[in-house]
Design a protein around this ligand. Sequence first.
Ligand SMILES: CSCCC(=O)C(=O)COP(=O)(O)O
Ligand code: MG
Length: 227
Amino acid sequence: MIRAIVTDIEGTTSDIRFVHEVLFPYARTHLAEFVQREQQQPAVAEALNRVREEIAQPQADVQTLIAALFGFMDEDKKSTGLKALQGMIWRDGYLSGRFTGHLYADVLPALQAWRAQGIALYVYSSGSVAAQKLLFGYSDEGDITALFSGYFDTHVGAKRDVASYQNIARQIDLPAEQLLFLSDIHQELDAAAAAGWQTIQLIRGEADSSSQHRQVASFDQITAELT
Ligand SMILES: CSCCC(=O)C(=O)COP(=O)(O)O
Ligand SMILES: [Mg+2]
């Protein structure tokens, strides 16, 4: 019996194109100016120290850090420091109404149905918890954050590491076999399955022939199975 569902964002609840063609370019445009302007702010300083750790240069100056952050963006590195800064930068974009968080049409009705069945809902994304709350707080369908009981980002570990799912299961405080992870990336689902979780892969575009996981095209198909 499934007692909690943990969902990925990019490619699962939301279109990859929204992340790669709207969010990432917005962060890229504003990053250098934001970091230079806000570098003394405690949350920004903490993220920059994280980047110093990630590049193993404890004394790196701000220009070196900005160059490293552009390198991370080029390779889509799931750097905890970069993700924290991107979340802070996106805040202005959401608040000014420049964009809203994309949701596939099947997502909100399914999340509501699952909550009505007493299933707890969580998010696990490489995007920072702050960025996750913004996407769902300023989504195409309005503020849907009340549906979620909690959020996890790379502070619990990387999405392809088994230990991350063991860590999340401990925090949710449910046995692994009662947890269902939804993602579009089979390597993330492999890690969740190795931790004893149930898994379903979302195929929002091209099929994934190298996956061992049950595949669905939309959240509706999952609702049908849970009832
Ligand atoms: C919180 S939306 C932005 C997602 C993001 O920054 C990202 O790198 C995508 O990560 P995911 O783990 O959702 O595939
Ligand atoms: Mg994904």
